[in-house]
Design a protein. Structure first.
Length: 269
């Protein structure tokens, strides 16, 4: 089993995703329709991606975050599950209160460590006064950027609003934005990656932090740009990034500085 594969499997099980078998390299029996179905659902390996110098992993290895072994493919376009997911997005939008829709817009515009302001701000979590913690969270954002670029391009999934004109979009670009790159949610990946680390550093606020990560990800459905499986995949990718960084030697100095700073500010009690 590849390095960190067990971590990816455990993470996927927690959020309810089916994880591809790591024994796929074995030759399947010719009469096994299940094996044929799995092979058909697996997306082909993409062509080598051009590397944007602004989005290159600094701490983790590309092998740690290989989409072919980390995530199951999303539901196929036109499948019953895909249609049900699009219908769920529309139902969520129609049922959401004005306050919840406003929150989804706010969350859309704060794809950064500012996402913690509504939850942790009232207890004194002010990143303008916590420079070491801010630097650590920015490093997590950078790793998310690099990982999400590869994974989103690999799967190339269309956004739910491209299938139903009644779905509204709360992104600033509206329906003039990207029609693909839906799987997984980048916002959700960020919230889960940072939440795993913050919950480790502030265990007394762990459940509060993880609940905010989930709610931030759910905003993407109310915003009309992601479906349920996109959110689940973001929990897998984000949790994996966070867990790997917690045990990464290069990242440890940032983690230690943030821990000391948060303790000095009385935020770890």
């Amino acid at each position: 089993m590849p390095r960190y594969a067990r971590l990816a499997v455990a993470t996927a099980v927690v959020v309810g995703l089916a994880v591809p078998s790591f024994a796929q390299n074995a030759a399947p029996a010719a009469a096994d329709p299940g094996a044929a179905a799995i092979a058909a659902a697996t997306p082909p390996a993409p062509a080598p991606l051009p590397q944007n110098p602004a989005h290159i992993l600094k701490y983790l290895s590309p092998d740690d975050l290989d989409p072919a072994t980390l995530l199951a493919p999303p539901p196929a376009d036109g499948s019953d599950q895909q249609k049900a997911e699009v219908a769920e997005v529309l139902r969520m939008q129609q049922a959401a209160s004005q306050a919840r829709r406003d929150q989804a817009v706010w969350d859309d515009r704060h794809e950064s460590s500012e996402l913690w302001i509504p939850t942790l701000g009232p207890i004194g979590f002010d990143l303008t006064k916590l420079p070491a913690t801010a630097a650590m969270l920015d490093a997590v954002l950078h790793e998310r950027d690099a990982a999400a670029d590869v994974v989103k391009v690999y799967f190339g999934r269309r956004r739910p609003w491209t299938f139903n004109d009644d779905i509204q979009v709360c992104e600033a670009a509206g329906k003039g934005g990207s029609k693909v790159r839906a799987y997984p949610s980048g916002h959700g990946t960020l919230s889960y990656a940072q939440a795993v680390i913050l919950a480790h550093l502030m265990p007394n606020k762990g459940q509060l932090v993880m609940a905010r990560a989930e709610d931030f990800a759910e905003s993407r459905m109310i915003c009309g740009v992601h479906s349920r499986s996109d959110i689940r995949a973001s929990a897998v990718l984000g949790t994996t990034i966070g867990m790997l960084l917690l045990h990464n030697a290069k990242f440890r100095p940032l983690l230690d500085d943030a821990r000391a700073e948060l303790a000095a500010a009385g935020l770890t009690r």
